[in-house]
Design a protein around this ligand. Structure first.
Ligand SMILES: [Zn+2]
Length: 235
């Protein structure tokens, strides 16, 4: 058999294998599985983010507790000082009162912040529980899907291997440089071999220049389409 006929038959087998491979990739069970896996991963990172936020909150609460303790100590020592030695002048009384006010307002703003953080932490806790519940539900579904799909996938891969083997067998007798050229063209254009239809490339439908056509008529078996780069054969 002629090279171009062998090449054409190889391409048909190769395209069949490719078609099966993309069908496998698009299988609804596979897509559903991927979707669930992505969902599970998103939830995991959301939980991780929340745990980090909560741990930052806990750290901040420790800082606030210390600050509150310090302010309370300062305040009580101020009260003690006033009780032991009442202010002697109006000026001194004002100063003491000013200090006490400053400490009290500091305390109040720390306490407000503390309550806000506690509320946020409780909210995150609630959200995290919610996520964990949803996660468990999807995980169960996912695990089952995965087992089912693995069996299906194994069958599909067996069929694909068979098609690949058939295609491989069909390379027998073809000049290796032709197969190499085929693979290079395939990277950007598929199928890589097209038939001449009238004076057009059967791949991209562009008319071929008459000089190229003359080469074919003069006996060249394979010419190249200048537009798409395919190998053009005449059968
Ligand atoms: Zn073309």
């Amino acid at each position: 058999m002629e090279q171009i006929q062998l090449l054409w038959q190889f391409q048909q087998a190769d395209m069949e294998a490719d078609a099966l491979e993309s069908e496998i990739k698009r299988a609804p069970n596979r897509l559903a599985l991927i979707k669930n896996r992505e969902f599970l991963m998103e939830q995991q990172s959301a939980v991780k983010r929340m745990e980090e936020e909560v741990s930052e909150m806990v750290d901040r609460m420790d800082v606030i507790k210390d600050a509150i303790n310090r302010l309370e100590e300062q305040l009580s020592s101020l009260q003690k000082r006033v009780a032991e030695a009442p202010p002697a002048s109006l000026e001194q009384a004002r100063e003491l009162s000013h200090d006490a006010q400053r400490m009290l307002s500091g305390l109040s703003s720390f306490e407000q912040e503390m309550r806000r953080i506690q509320k946020d932490a409780a909210e995150r806790d609630r959200m995290e529980k919610d996520i964990r519940m949803k996660y468990a539900k999807v995980k169960m579904e996912y695990d089952k899907q995965k087992v089912d799909y693995e069996a299906e996938y194994k069958e599909q891969m067996k069929a694909l291997e068979e098609k690949r083997r058939i295609a491989q067998d069909k390379t027998r007798g073809i000049d290796p440089s032709l197969i190499e050229r085929y693979q290079i063209i395939k990277q950007h254009c598929t199928p890589p071999v097209a038939r001449l239809i009238g004076d057009q490339c059967g791949g991209c439908n562009m008319s071929l220049p008459s000089v190229t056509l003359r080469n074919l008529k003069a006996g060249a078996q394979i010419i190249e389409c200048e537009t798409c780069g395919r190998m053009i054969i005449q059968m």
